[in-house]
Design a protein around this ligand. Structure first.
Ligand SMILES: C[S@@+](CC[C@H](N)C(=O)[O-])C[C@H]1O[C@@H](n2cnc3c(N)ncnc32)[C@H](O)[C@@H]1O
Length: 231
């Protein structure tokens, strides 16, 4: 979807939202905690990653869980918003294992086979579908042999009808989580301007093209889907 006239870029949107982001996301994403626990549940216990890459760290909600699970790993955190990175740095001020990279996913370049684990939460849908396909190819290259790429994100439904039902139900759910109609309108405006949801089938296809050995959708509820891929 092209950016509408006068609308903010995704960077400007998150720069502006950075201070209230953590509280907003918690009242706007149903079963947010379950998404994190599912993501970690499927990572093999014998992986023991020394170097981890996180795509789209935001204020550090997934980062927090990575640190808890892998306290000695070196973690590379990427985000396009310098303001949100500032918040994230503040949150983990004492942690010496974090390296922040203020960049667009599309401009990233790492050494081949550099990471044992690459993760992301609710961020990849901000790039266009062709860009996602390219990113998945790069991610596989950056992973060591048997390395894992696992992420959760907002996905489109397989049909417009399913997608519409998922969005209607999401509206009901966020009100139960304590959001109001102002939050919902803001979220829908943001979705119109900055989101490129893709279907499960599309994302699986791009991961297959990237030549991941194992690919699975391990969890799904409405738009939220957890994907697991291993090199
Ligand atoms: C919805 S937030 C998710 C943050 C965090 N992972 C979480 O679960 O709370 C999406 C994040 O992706 C970042 N982002 C969006 N598009 C990006 C891009 N093209 N390159 C790098 N970061 C991007 C935004 O700045 C934002 O911090």
């Amino acid at each position: 979807m092209p950016l509408k006239k006068n609308s903010k870029s995704v960077k400007e949107f998150y720069d502006e939202l950075s201070g209230e982001y953590t509280s907003l996301i918690n009242r706007c994403v149903p079963r947010y905690d379950e998404l994190f626990s599912t993501l970690f549940f499927y990572i093999p216990e014998n992986l023991k990653p020394k170097k981890i890459l996180e795509l789209g760290c935001g204020t550090g909600n997934l980062t927090q869980k990575i640190i808890e699970k892998y306290p000695n790993a070196e973690i590379f955190l990427v985000d396009i918003s310098d303001e949100i990175i500032r918040q994230c740095k503040k949150r983990f001020i004492k942690n010496k294992n974090l390296n922040f990279i203020n960049a667009d996913f599309n401009d990233l370049n790492f050494k081949n086979e550099d990471f044992a684990l690459i993760v992301s939460s609710i961020a990849i849908h901000h790039i266009k579908n062709k860009e996602k396909e390219i990113l998945f190819g790069k991610v596989r290259k950056w992973l060591q042999k048997s390395g894992v790429f696992t992420y959760f994100d907002q996905f489109k439904g397989a049909t417009d009808e399913i997608y519409k039902k998922n969005i209607e139900k999401w509206h009901e759910e966020i009100i139960k989580l304590g959001s109001d109609e102002k939050d919902w309108k803001q979220w829908m405006k943001h979705q119109d301007e900055h989101d490129y949801h893709a279907t499960v089938a599309e994302q699986i296809e791009w991961l297959k093209k990237a030549k991941f050995k194992t690919i699975d959708v391990v969890w799904r509820y409405l738009l939220w889907t957890v994907v697991y891929a291993q090199k």
